[in-house]
Design a protein around this ligand. Structure first.
Ligand SMILES: Cc1ncc(COP(=O)(O)O)c(C=O)c1O
Length: 252
């Protein structure tokens, strides 16, 4: 029996006919939109002045409204979003960053890209991050950032996580690669801390091939992420953006 077939076998001996490793087809409306975009030739997210609002900016606006965040910045992957999140929060080479031990390589990878050191927090039998170990390691490590994965959709008590972070002066970044659309106590995952990061890679909830979304309510984080992901002049093409004064604080 192949691994894929084994995975599609239901618990009580029943069989699903659906192969869960197969992607869903891209909806016709999305295919038409992609073709229209190719006909326009306007594939870069920033257009020359006067060409109207670029599509990625409309996506940012729609996604921020959906999760209830002030800003959303669309980037090339969730890995890129997490790296930018750490940089925008001021993580420097040699710093320690708390993170879930049950996660995927791009998560400690983002920490390594920032030159920081991952401090792994234990995982409970229910696959969520162990909050007793989190508090212990928050004290021992002196880390200022927690990059928390809601792995395979298992979500720790986010209000308790936020309380621990507040008590120890830690900024929470949520890795929501597996929880786009999921809520904790009625609130979207990704909105409990300073920053939420999502993936739109093919095997995630929205299939863009590759892609990521970062959400935040913080003006300074949003401006830095827009600047560090490559926008050095056309900020005003982001429908959702902080004021010009905030960009002035960070642009150099
Ligand atoms: C838990 C988790 N976090 C982060 C990522 C990174 O997402 P991306 O491929 O968009 O960089 C993945 C990718 O599969 C993941 O499974």
């Amino acid at each position: 029996m192949s691994t894929t077939t084994a995975l599609t076998r239901a618990v009580d001996g029943l069989w699903f006919s659906k192969d869960l490793s197969q992607s869903e087809p891209i909806p016709e409306a999305a295919i038409e939109q992609a073709v229209a975009l190719m006909r326009s030739g306007r594939l870069h997210r920033y257009g020359e002045q006067g060409a109207g609002t670029p599509d990625p900016s409309l996506l940012e606006q729609e996604y921020a409204t959906y999760v209830g965040a002030k800003y959303c910045v669309a980037v090339s992957s969730c890995g890129a979003a997490m790296f930018l999140a750490l940089k925008a929060l001021g993580v420097k080479p040699g710093d320690k960053v708390l993170t879930s031990s049950f996660t995927l390589a791009p998560v400690p990878g983002a920490i390594a890209h920032a030159g920081a050191a991952a401090v792994l927090v234990e995982t409970r039998d229910d696959y969520t991050t162990d909050l007793v170990d989190l508090e212990r390691k928050a004290v021992i490590s002196g880390a200022r950032v927690l990059l928390l994965s809601h792995m395979r959709g298992h979500i720790a008590d986010l209000k308790a996580v936020r309380d621990i972070c507040d008590r120890h002066g830690i900024s929470l970044v949520e890795d929501c690669a597996h929880t786009m659309g999921a809520r904790w106590d009625g609130q979207h995952t990704g909105t409990f801390g300073r920053i939420g990061c999502y993936s739109t890679q093919t095997y995630k909830h929205i299939n863009a091939g590759e892609g990521g979304l970062l959400v935040t309510d913080d003006d300074d984080v949003a401006a830095q992420v827009i600047l560090m992901s490559g926008c050095y002049m056309m900020y005003d093409q982001h429908v959702l953006r902080p004021s010009a004064e905030v960009f002035e604080r960070w642009r150099y």
